[in-house]
Structure formats: C-alpha cells, structure tokens
Design a protein. Structure first.
Length: 320
C-alpha cells in the first residue's frame, strides 16, 4: 500500500566545493523584472492545479488526478475560476506553469488558488519539504528534480497577484508552516458579514496556505474515492451553494478541513509577505463577483455554519 510520501532520511556526505571564476568576466546576470500590474475595478479568479498519479521512479498513486479534476470542476462551474490543470507534470512542466504566473500582469483585485496533489518528501538536514514531480529521481541528494515548497511560496509571494491561496495534498506538505498562531481568530465574521469583510479587507495582501498534514504521511484514499483531505476540501467548496451570501472564506475551508477523519490534522496559516488578518474568498454568486457592487448587494441573512464532519470513506494507504 502506498501513501503520499517518500523516504525522509537523506544521507549526509562530506563535501569540499571549490569554485574558480574567471577574472575577466562580469559577474552580473540579467535581472528578471516583475510585470506591471493591470489597473481595473474588478478582479478575476484563477486556479492552477498540479496532480500526479504516475512517476518514473516512485510508486504510482490512485487519486490525485481524480481529486484535482473534481476540485477544478467546482472552482470553474461554481465560482467562475479560469482553471489550468496539469496532469502528471515533470519538473520542467511545473517550472513552466509557475514561470507563466511570474510573467502575468495581474489585476490588483485578482485571486489565485494553487493546488497540488501527489507524493511529497522531507529533507531533515535542510528542514525543507519537497513536492515530487513525475520525473523526480530517487538518487538526487540536492533535489534538483523536485520542487521545494519554499521555492513555491517564494514564487507565489513575489508575483503581482494580491490574493493567493496554496493548497497542498501531499506527505510532509506541512513543512511550509512558518508562522505561529491560529489565523482563524482574525478571520471570523458576524453572521451575514462576509461581504462587508471583503470590502474592508480586499486591499490587504493575502498569502495563505492549507496542507493535508504536517511533517508526516497522509493517505491517498481508496481507488476511485477522494483522499480524506480532498473530500473535506470539496465539501467546503460545495457549501458555497447554500451560503446566504454565496461566499466561502478561508475560515470556512479550514473548518471543514479540521473535520478530516482517518488522516493527520491539516496545517494552515499565512506565509511571509501576508498582511495580518488577511483572508481569501471564493464567490459562488456571479452578481457578487463584481467587487465594485459588493456593498449594495450585502446580504442581511445569517451565514450557514459548516455541516457536520460526516463519514469519510476510509483510506487504504498506509505509512509503509
């Protein structure tokens, strides 16, 4: 049986590195400049999803693509996201997709959700988690064929998009957790107050993450069933249909994720560059996606609380 992890033990070898540089050459390189942000009153919603079932050197998984396809449908059909799903990406494929984000001139009010599902691993020496691509090599002590979670967050915190949510369903994905405290205390709103909170907070820089566990294994679920984490994430997205304001906040997503069963508890928080008390919204009602008209359309109805935890189908993935 397989879980979304790779061996965490990384051998440490003595290393002597000598670098010789020519004295006649300029040591400068071209600086990659950030694109100028577009100016406009309304924002768009983008989602980039990576899902890997097949690997050249690592055990195959059953459900990452199944999970990502269901999440993509919800984001596209219910929340109006423009979605891109990359199936079984190589390291180069991931780099190309992230490079496109770096080059895009986002509108200040745009939102971006990045989701990744597949194998993950952790280097205890570096204290760094890595996402495993289709072509990641087993014998790769410097992890050149992997994507470090730190690099992923560095790219996403540097792009022009003001509102970013990163969701990772992989073992050791919680290694990105870098800030203490519970953000839920700063993003709880009174009944019917989500739209007003969006108006109040939309100028804040929101850089949030949610992972399926900490520095540990996470299950994949039975073939043809969603992973326990993806199951709850989908339930959170579906709650936008019944919410009186048609909005799903980061607090709502975390509330569902906290009900995961048969798996580690998710980790969540802000990553560096985020403003305190910032939030992320998914808006199901099309008329409420025009940010300039949020105040006029604020609903007085109370927000619906998350459903009960329900029964999550048991996973067949073990930690061996």
């Amino acid at each position: 049986m397989v879980s979304r992890f790779l061996a965490a033990a990384v051998p440490v070898l003595p290393l002597v590195l000598v670098v010789i540089t020519g004295m006649a050459q300029d040591r400068g390189v071209r600086v990659v400049e950030a694109p100028k942000a577009q100016v406009g009153p309304e924002g768009k919603f983008y989602a980039l999803l990576f899902a890997t079932n097949e690997y050249a050197e690592w055990p195959a998984l059953q459900n990452p693509i199944f999970d990502a396809e269901a999440i993509e449908r919800e984001l596209r059909d219910q929340f109006g996201f423009e979605t891109t799903l990359v199936r079984n990406p190589t390291k180069a494929d991931i780099g190309k997709a992230l490079g496109a984000l770096k080059a895009r001139a986002f509108n200040p009010n745009d939102e971006l959700l990045v989701f990744a599902a597949g194998h993950g691993t952790y280097d205890e020496v570096e204290n760094t988690g890595y996402l495993v691509a289709k072509d990641s090599r087993r014998q790769d002590p410097l992890h050149d064929s992997y994507l470090s979670e730190t690099q992923l967050l560095n790219v996403l915190s540097g792009i022009q998009c003001r509102h970013v949510l990163v969701v990772l369903d992989a073992c050791y994905s919680g290694a990105i957790a870098m800030r203490g405290g519970d953000p839920k205390n700063d993003i709880m709103y009174a009944s019917g107050g989500k739209l007003q909170a969006l108006l109040r907070k939309r100028d804040l820089r929101s850089l949030l993450f949610l992972t399926s566990g900490g520095k540990q294994y996470v299950p994949d679920g039975r073939p043809g069933s969603h992973s326990p984490f993806a199951f709850q994430f989908l339930r959170a997205l579906e709650s936008g249909i019944t919410d009186p304001e048609g909005i799903v906040t980061f607090f709502d997503i975390v509330s569902y994720a906290d009900h995961v069963q048969g798996a580690p508890q998710p980790r969540y928080g802000w990553f560096p560059g985020a403003d305190a008390a910032s939030d992320f919204w998914l808006i199901a009602k099309p008329e409420n996606r025009k940010l300039a008209s949020f105040a006029a359309r604020a609903s007085p109805s109370p927000a619906a609380p998350p459903d009960g935890p329900g029964t999550v189908r048991p996973s067949t993935r073990s930690s061996d």
